[in-house]
Design a binder for this molecule. Structure first.
Ligand code: ADP
Ligand code: MG
Length: 259
């Protein structure tokens, strides 16, 4: 795959609700490349969830186009296929099925694939092990803490080995210790698997752990800011603000080339 290629690209996207009474997104342009980690921040009502819904194909833009690997995606069927095989989603409210155990919730994400029940169970078990919940596999969601439920939801979101993980306020219902653990887990998983991660969060300190920060205001991208490089990374001009263009800054491009 060419290094400059985009994984998902949002071009001139608007989303209005209620026949134009509410403009949730206005002229959003954004490029997420394979293996990138971006945070989306902004006040409540700034359009973060609307953008995630459009990037997952759960909602369609009023205007504009979303491209997956440079191919425009329009049909619900294509989006369904992407969500089943290439895109994993984590929600603030976990969205686990209450009557199913942790393992069954994870297995559900593997239904419809040509794998046997035994393989499905094995895979679910290894995913729960990955998120540190081997000993909770037979528990129902009501028997788990918020942090544990979110870890089950993360295991489910990566069941299909996605190229892109979209996490919409995954720590919104968690205390700060669990929020930290969940973000750490998402970042580690993303690194291990070479997936891209888009993390929506209110918490600026959690956002700072991503490579760059996209700030939404009133439905528009206000700024895109590259985070300071960690010690492990190449030193690059840090914390620099750049105008929202939907394209990487020269600094970011340079850093990616060096990786
Ligand atoms: P955020 O996730 O940043 O809090 P949202 O994307 O949920 O923001 O919402 C952006 C704006 O769009 C808000 O003004 C919200 O009230 C409005 N909105 C979101 N969903 C709908 C909907 N289904 N119908 C009407 N308005 C909506
Ligand atoms: Mg939201």
């Amino acid at each position: 795959m060419a290094e400059h290629s985009s994984l998902i690209r949002v071009e001139h996207v608007d989303r209005v609700y209620d026949d134009g009474a509410v403009t949730a997104l206005r002229d959003i342009n954004l490029i997420i490349r394979p293996n990138e980690c971006a945070a989306i921040v902004g006040k409540s009502g700034s359009g973060k969830s609307s953008l995630i819904h459009i990037m997952s194909g759960c909602d369609a833009p009023t205007a504009g186009t979303v491209y997956w690997h440079d191919e425009s995606i329009w049909r619900q069927e294509d989006w369904r296929r992407l969500r089943a095989t290439r895109i994993g989603i984590v929600f603030q409210e976990f969205h686990l099925l209450p009557a199913l155990t942790a393992a069954e919730n994870v297995e559900l994400a593997l239904m419809g694939h040509c794998i046997s029940a035994a393989d499905r169970a094995r895979r679910a078990s290894s995913l729960l092990e990955r998120v540190g919940l081997s000993d909770r596999a037979r528990h129902l969601p009501t028997e788990l803490s918020g942090g544990e439920r979110q870890r089950v939801a993360i295991a489910r979101s990566i069941a299909n080995d996605p190229e892109l993980i979209l996490a919409d306020e995954p720590t919104g219902n968690l205390d700060s210790a669990n929020a930290d653990a969940v973000v750490e887990l998402l970042l580690n998983i993303r690194r291990d698997r070479g997936a891209a991660l888009i993390l929506v969060t209110h918490d600026e300190s959690l956002a700072a752990r991503c490579d760059w920060r996209i700030r939404l205001k009133d439905g528009a991208i206000e700024t895109e800011q590259e985070e300071e490089a960690t010690e492990k990374e190449e030193k690059a001009p840090a914390g620099k603000l750049r105008p929202a263009r939907g394209t990487p800054s020269p600094a970011r491009r340079a850093r990616k080339r060096k990786k």
